[in-house]
Write a new protein. Sequence first.
Length: 196
Amino acid sequence: MDAKAKLLELIAGRNRGLLATESDRVRILAAIEQLEDHNPHPHPLEVKQLLGGNWRLLFTSSRDILGLDRLPFFQLGQIYQYLDLNKAKLYNIAEITGVPWLEGAVIVAATFEPTSERRVMVKFERSILGLQRFLNYHSPQEFIDAIESGKKFPPLDFSFNNREQKGWLDITYLDEDLRIGRGSEGSVFILAKEKT
């Protein structure tokens, strides 16, 4: 079994990390390191046609993201990250499911700046929280288009003015349909490219 297939097998059934035990995490991190050693694109920021677009989160060790699942009566749904390389923007979108008619969404908009061949500095600029029906949320791409058009989503649409709302991300593996990143807080992210 090749390294990519092994990693995908290890994260299968782990609900993006919510169901991963400590021993699962150790095996997953070892499999990530093995796959990173065979990165077909060691300069991922130069491969814009692969890097840009919409990505769906398969696994993370980020406590901030996994913590969204702790809301009473709600569960963490799909999580997406959209990268617009031409505008140097990214959007993180977490769908919240649970009680019918009360499905929610948490959206964070950021800009990024490359600082090396695989690292970007990320500056978080805006957060939008609300019920999907009041936000008129139907899909990640439609919602990003609405944000890009300048639309505001009161009452929980606010800007980050704090200089501390930033971090960095290393893209440590990239191929046609899989991306691995390591964040400034020690978290790992495994994402699959969404088909357009």
